[in-house]
Design a protein around this ligand. Structure first.
Ligand code: TXA
Ligand code: MG
Length: 339
């Protein structure tokens, strides 16, 4: 398949209308959002959804998020919407926040991979919102990467994974948030955080009051345990290089990596000049937003360093740091070295 490259930076209007046309005809298109690039398909079309699963090599039991561009669309996507959902919408939409609700009848069953619930998000990035509005379709969109690889935060990441497998890529700016949306389930007794993102537990509790942090946010599922969010059980985000998360102070981390052979370090800006092995910084240790913005592109760069092992300095689990930690612990297959 030939993948069209639609240059939204130089020809925005045309890119939006071409993307909308392809989607209305049942095609699949990668589009930038504020979190990561998404691989979009009509949420009404089982066959378009199947193409998304095929292009990504995504496990069939891992459901997709449906994206909307105004609050009225929520009624098409979900049913029995509780008041708390409207409160969340008011506070966190448009933005990097996804809620799980009972699934509306019109949404293709394959979107939810057999569940009776649906994940919904109203993004803040203009490009995807304009495409939803112009096509008139709620768009199901997982991250536009090959399943298992780091999520794509630039058009180039999408092309390197999916060129020749999808109809088009809307080539826009790099993503400003850099990690995927916060996912909260509102279908159980108490709201439950399934995936941390830029909307932090502290912000969520101000609106929700009670919030349970699902075990899978920081821990590996035990064998046989059922995942509240199917996506949490898969190996994710991993570079090809053998990766380990290292937890400890800056001095400890620098001494640790300098004592190792045939390895690279993913470190903070503050540590960069003290390290004698191949190294990449993913931002300042004092600035979790910078770490979030860079984490996925750094995980992709690790494989270009030509080393056997990579040691990644763990961020704090505070604020947006929790989201970065959640992605990195998966990239490292839950192997954490405590210094
Ligand atoms: O920021 C984002 O959320 C990006 C952009 C493109 O919007 N999308 C994204 O999609 O990260 P994806 O497919 O990579 O991750 C969706 C996550 C998965 O962990 C999936 O299991 C979970 O949401 N999910 C989707 N529907 C669900 C449902 N009905 N119940 C529980 N978890 C659900
Ligand atoms: Mg993903």
């Amino acid at each position: 398949m030939f993948t069209q490259k639609l240059d939204a930076l130089t020809d925005y209007k045309n890119s939006v209308s071409m993307a909308s046309e392809i989607l209305k005809n049942g095609g699949i298109v990668a589009v930038p959002t504020e979190t990561v690039y998404g691989l979009c398909a009509s949420a009404y079309s089982d066959s378009a959804i199947k193409s998304v699963f095929d292009a990504k090599g995504r496990p069939q039991d891992n459901p997709l998020i449906v994206h909307i561009s105004n609050l009225d669309m929520l009624n098409y996507v979900a049913r029995d919407i509780p008041d708390i959902a409207y409160k969340c919408a008011k506070e966190f939409w448009p933005g990097p926040f996804t809620m799980i609700l009972p699934r509306g009848e019109k949404i293709a069953e394959s979107v939810s991979a057999g569940l009776d619930t649906v994940a919904v998000r109203f993004p803040s990035e203009k490009t995807i919102c304009d495409i939803i509005t112009e096509s008139g379709l709620p768009l199901a969109a997982p991250s536009a990467n090959t399943s298992g690889k780091p999520s794509p935060t630039s058009a180039q990441h999408v092309i390197s994974d999916l060129d020749g497998k999808i109809d088009a890529v809307v080539m826009g700016k790099d993503c400003s948030v850099g990690v995927e949306s916060t996912v909260v389930s509102l279908v159980g007794e108490t709201p439950r955080l399934l995936r941390p993102g830029a909307v932090t537990p502290k912000k969520l509790r101000l609106v929700l009051g009670d919030l349970v942090i699902d075990d899978a946010v920081l821990n590996q599922l035990k064998s046989g345990e059922k995942a509240s969010s199917p996506g949490m059980k898969y190996k994710h985000y991993a570079p090809k290089t053998d990766a380990f998360l290292v937890s400890g102070c800056s001095n400890g981390f620098v001494n640790f990596v300098n004592s190792k052979d045939d390895c690279a370090a993913v470190c903070f800006d503050e540590e960069y000049y003290g390290i004698n092995v191949p190294k990449i910084s993913y931002g300042s240790k004092y600035d979790e937003l910078s770490l979030a913005q860079n984490v996925f592109s750094v995980l992709r760069k690790v494989d270009t360093l030509g080393v056997k092992q990579v040691y990644i300095h763990a961020p704090s689990k505070d604020g947006v740091g929790l989201a970065v930690y959640n992605r990195l612990i998966r990239a490292c297959a839950f192997r954490v070295i405590e210094l």
